[in-house]
Design a protein around this ligand. Structure first.
Ligand code: ZN
Length: 258
């Protein structure tokens, strides 16, 4: 399986999934059809499937045009969000097969950013949309903080070598916030340097491994004493649960940082 980023808008990634010697391919979260059609035309590929993580327009805006261009494409996505183009409503733990590609994924329900957000897990990777970002996590919009906290906890239980493909290039700002929470972290300081180099060279900082996130992403480190202490300092009160620590971190980043 080969995964290539197609850039869209300011900082979105549309992930293109191909197999050597196979004409069929799939994309994840096509907010814009243009970069997808351009790449497929160039390479003589046919779009077999669209995987949608959630309803936001920057993840779904290209679906109509892609359905027109590739009439046989099949669209997979969550049922409890208003995404009218879905052909196959997916549910937690459901196995899906990409038509013509002999590729299987398992659906992971990871709400919080939105109420029905899903991820697609398989072949050593997770397409996690706007739930987990490299070095950070999505904002809580139409889901809630408890859901988001539980979703991140669920992701953190996956094998640490899992490669995480999120939908935005937000890593530099995320790592900056991480250093507010854990200024002493050598791993985070090293990550900041490597991210700065990648950004300066216009290289994607995504994917990252779950291992790297467990070591440097504050939103996956809500059980670490120094993270709890930093969150409690910001909140000005003791925080009793993982969800409370998560909520304080998320609100801290929302209000003070950006
Ligand atoms: Zn979103």
């Amino acid at each position: 399986m080969i995964i290539k980023p197609l850039r869209a808008f300011e900082d979105n990634y549309i992930w293109l999934i191909t197999l050597d010697g196979i004409e069929h391919c799939a994309v994840v979260d096509p907010g814009d059809e243009e970069p997808v059609i351009a790449e497929l035309d160039k390479r003589g590929l046919t779009l077999a499937a669209i995987l949608v993580t959630h309803k936001h327009y920057d993840h779904t805006g290209g679906i109509d045009a892609l359905k027109k261009q590739y009439p046989h494409v099949e669209v997979f996505g969550p049922g409890n969000e208003s995404i009218r183009q879905i052909d196959h409503v997916v549910e937690d733990q459901q196995k899906i097969s990409i038509p013509g590609m002999n590729l299987d994924f398992e659906v992971l329900s990871i709400p919080g950013h939105t109420e029905g957000h899903v991820g697609y897990l398989g072949n050593g990777v997770l397409f996690c949309g706007d739930t987990l970002f490299a070095g950070g996590c999505g904002r809580v919009f139409t889901g809630n903080f408890e859901q988001m906290s539980a979703s991140l906890e669920r992701i953190s239980q996956l094998p640490p070598e899992t490669q995480l493909y999120c939908a935005h290039e937000y890593t530099q700002a995320n790592v900056g916030f991480g250093l507010w929470v854990e200024p002493q972290s050598v791993l985070l300081q090293q990550r900041k340097q490597s991210v700065e180099i990648a950004v300066a060279q216009a290289r994607p900082t995504v994917p990252s491994s779950l291992q790297e996130e467990l070591e440097t992403n504050p939103f996956l480190r809500v059980e670490q004493p120094n993270v709890i202490a930093a969150a409690e300092r910001w909140a000005g009160k003791p925080l009793k649960s993982n969800a409370d620590v998560f909520t304080a971190l998320r609100q801290w980043k929302d209000s003070d940082y950006d």
